[in-house]
Design a protein around this ligand. Sequence first.
Ligand code: HEC
Ligand code: HEC
Length: 488
Amino acid sequence: MPKKRLFGLLLSTCIVWTGCNQSEPPPPTPPAPAPELNAPESSGGDAANEPTESVPAADSSEKPKMEEPAEGPSAPNETPESTPAPDPAPATEPAATAIEPMSTSVVLGDPTLTAGIPGEGDLTIEQIQAWLKTPGVHEPLEFELPFGLSLAAGNIKGVEANPLTRAKIELGRQLYMDKRLSADSTVSCATCHDPAHGYAAPTQFGVGINGQEGGRNSPVAYNRILSDKQFWDGRAESLETQAIGPIANPIEMGNTHDACVKTIGEIPGYKAQFDAVFGEGPVTIENVGKAIASFERVIVTGPAPYDYYAALEPFLTQFTPEDLADLKEDDPDVYARYEKLKADADANPMSESAIRGKQLFFSDKSNCTACHAGANFTDELYHNLGVGMAVEEPDLGRFAETKEDKDRGAFKTPTIRNVALTAPYMHDGSQKTLEEVVEWYVKGGHPNDHLSDKVKKLELSDQDKADLVEFMKACTGAFPKVELARLP
Ligand code: HEC
Ligand code: HEC
């Protein structure tokens, strides 16, 4: 078969997400060193670790930056001309003079987006002013999603209404980490959506001010750029609307919006940033929401072993060794791409068990992709698995929003990306491990009048169950490095 045709085929199966994943498992590529699944740290910026875009796609020079070591935002990717940062700040502030122009074209996850304003300790007003004058920080960013998640580029939400800029993201970062947004300065967004716990919390329920508990588990605050409706029941229309909810929720941050914007407006460093980002005027709660939402939108999961494997897989399953040998002669560029993908996959290996788990996850036998579909592994829809339905007055989830019977006990499908980092699971935090979750599906959920017809008892061996868990662990990719302190 002419190689060109073969490629056309390959390309088309790969762009359709599930198309890449229906094939038989090939023999695992190289003998695998122990997979380092939840190691968000640097892989040294080695060229071999830089992922390529999807298989034989057009030339892509983009390089996700997530895995590069980054100590401070001093590494703009492309600075055409090196204009020194204009810095009329008083000569007494040496830290603020080091700011260089910032690139406006990035791959989300680039650590320079979330590394905070350069310097140490509490932010000074001089540092903030110098930052706000840095060329590039107010420009709307041109951005791509990291390799893997990039297949979901068509589902990006919210950035037209609220364009991403570095200054807005940085302001959102500060607000997200800042406990002063709560009534008694004890709780921040990061308390329940903690970067150290996969942007979720290790507790069954969210724990707010004065130790108060809600009735739902803290969902993850990453890959939010891919959904508009927020909450387990989808009751918030956008990330912006969602972000200001917890501030005034009596059991979360226990504040009022008025008191919150007053507090923020009285902090000169915040006032200066709101003026520069949103225009002069009083700080508003809507703008607080816009800034926080922008920060959340750049918290994305980096490439996982699964992504490298999925990109390489068509070469492994649709090409014989002879085809590959021919390819080397006939189309050296595509062959080079194959070699690069293979090197990436070798450096981020999937175990044999994870590879089997992947086949199973994408098969009718498990039916997982009936709901956990697409590059972020969610259909963004609501389903009843019977979780929490065994009690007298169950949480009815989506029903509260729609009042439609079919939505009783239905909750939004969560992502599988980085799920290994975010136990406990389900809207009520009732399941402690991924093994427990898999058992839930094997027994067909919990019977109730509104159980999804996509949930049925599964015939899975112990090995199958273990493989599914291994697959989910292989969906773990690096988070961007985020500065946790550095507040004004
Ligand atoms: C006290 C713990 C707590 C605090 C503080 C808190 N959250 Fe949440 N968050 C939760 C819980 C619990 C839910 C789920 C509630 C629901 O679905 O009804 C949630 C839901 C969310 C969601 C929806 C995610 C999704 O997949 O739909 C986002 C986004 C979010 N919070 C961001 C924030 C931000 C931003 C802040 C700070 C302004 C914040 N949270 C403060 C506990 C908390
Ligand atoms: C009918 C749609 C559907 C199917 C099929 C399905 N899921 Fe889910 N999944 C959901 C929904 C909805 C939730 C949240 C339910 C809740 O909290 O009440 C969920 C939750 C999860 C969670 C917990 C995530 C978290 O952050 O709490 C994991 C893990 C998971 N599913 C894995 C799987 C696997 C593995 C399969 C296949 C065996 C599967 N799912 C099949 C819809 C589905």
